[in-house]
Ligand binder design. Structure first.
Ligand code: ADP
Length: 398
């Protein structure tokens, strides 16, 4: 890895977008961040910004929308033409599911891709798009090493009980168990927290990654012990548009009594529920916080209530609680939500410092009072850096 000229490209490919981040040299300095949005539906839009937020490149395709392969082609061309002198040393991909087998980052080749294809039924909404970007890159630049970093990997260390469903072995034998997601975010939090306070390296921590997707994870000494997401990323907390934990009897009722088909149920659970479904207004926390509609208030109250319930459950799984961490777009920015969650968690020994909370720190910062039994932290998510670190480590191993 040439400290000056090599860069690692981190890719997060979704169904209609490719988010990318470029890190330079072995220090992994942030070089470029951007996205290609509206793949397939159009108008596809490319935007790239430097570390300071200044626009480096921008393009819109008004005629024909791009697919994943064409999007990746444009990105590679952009890197080659616009980032003079920089060479793509490796590409790291965020991959939603690694099944039971992949417990860490993995160098990607044809054999691994075939194994990942077999996992598509476990994550049909995300995995095919992750793999499309890998394949596009492989076809364009077969000599560039690619790494897969899995959202499930961090959780493979959980105790067996935390991963189990109370189902017969004939069912769980199909891989039906709790996997947990957002693992790269939690792994980053686990790596960053002891740097902020060395006493936390052995601590019992519950981290809440609250973005459009939202989950919580119980960690002991930096290892995942339990998580709110389970077999799929629809479990646990209510999210922007996902319902979170739901009595499975509701699904049976919709199908059996109301005659819904699978596609309609899936749409309800993934796209029409959560903050959007309850409020009837928006999945965006900022919009709900500005609204004075009672249904917007209810959606926020329900999220706060569910976070509190899960916090109690995860603290029980840990047998105690030393620290609570807020991350993700909502966790990092919503002063009111953090205040409400901490108010409800007073019974656990949480005492928020209102001024520190209201300061809305942009960096990792403690927002609890000095004598709070449970330390409360805000820690900006950085899954991309975690992926870049893994990719660099695999590259250096050769
Ligand atoms: P994703 O899971 O897609 O990466 P983010 O982590 O960016 O999403 O989080 C998006 C969520 O963060 C949205 O609900 C958005 O409203 C919320 N958010 C962003 N900024 C703020 C803010 N200043 N106050 C409250 N919520 C915010």
């Amino acid at each position: 890895m040439d400290a000056q000229h090599d860069c690692i490209v981190v890719i997060n490919a979704g169904s209609s977008s490719i988010k990318f981040t470029l890190f330079a040299g072995a220090a992994l300095d942030l070089l470029v961040k951007g996205s290609i949005d509206n793949l397939y539906s159009g108008p596809t839009r490319f935007i790239a910004r430097d570390a300071g937020g200044a626009t480096l490149g921008e393009r819109t395709w008004d005629d024909a929308p791009l697919d994943h392969a064409a999007g990746m082609r444009h990105l590679v061309d952009f890197v080659e033409q616009r980032l003079d002198g920089h060479r793509v040393a490796a590409v790291g991909h965020r991959i939603v599911h690694g099944g039971m087998h992949y417990s860490g980052p993995q160098a990607l080749d044809g054999t691994v891709l075939a194994a990942l294809d077999a996992l598509v039924p476990l994550a049909p909404l995300h995995l095919p798009h992750n793999l499309a970007a890998v394949r596009a890159m492989m076809a364009m630049a077969p000599g560039v090493p690619q790494t897969g970093c899995f959202d499930t990997a961090f959780h493979t260390a959980q105790p067996a009980l935390a991963q189990a469903f109370a189902l017969p072995a004939s069912i769980t034998g199909h891989g039906i168990r709790r996997y947990g997601f957002h693992g790269l975010s939690y792994e980053y939090i686990a790596s960053r927290l002891p740097q902020a306070d060395a006493r936390l390296s052995e601590a019992k921590v519950v981290a809440a990654h609250l973005g459009n997707g939202a989950s919580m994870c119980a960690m002991a000494a930096g290892r995942s012990m339990a998580s709110t997401m389970g077999f799929t990323a629809v479990d646990g907390l209510p999210m922007g548009t996902r319902c979170g934990t739901l009595d499975p009897g509701v699904v049976l009722y919709l199908i059996d009594e109301l005659g819904w088909d699978v596609a309609a149920v899936q749409k309800l659970l993934y796209q029409q529920s959560g903050l959007l479904g309850v409020s009837g207004i928006s999945s965006d926390m900022r919009v709900l916080e500005r609204s004075d509609a009672p249904a917007a208030r209810l959606a926020i109250d329900l999220l706060v209530y569910r976070i509190g319930r899960e916090l109690g459950s995860l603290a029980a799984a840990l047998g105690g609680l030393d620290a609570l961490v807020f991350s993700g777009g909502i966790g990092e920015n919503s002063v009111a939500l953090r205040a409400a969650v901490c108010r409800d968690a007073a019974w656990l020994g949480v005492a928020l410092d209102p001024a520190a909370n209201a300061a809305n720190p942009r960096e990792v910062a403690r927002i609890s009072t000095p004598d709070s039994k449970v330390a409360v932290w805000v820690l900006p998510a950085n899954e991309e850096l975690m992926i870049a670190r893994h990719t660099l480590a695999l590259l250096q191993q050769g």
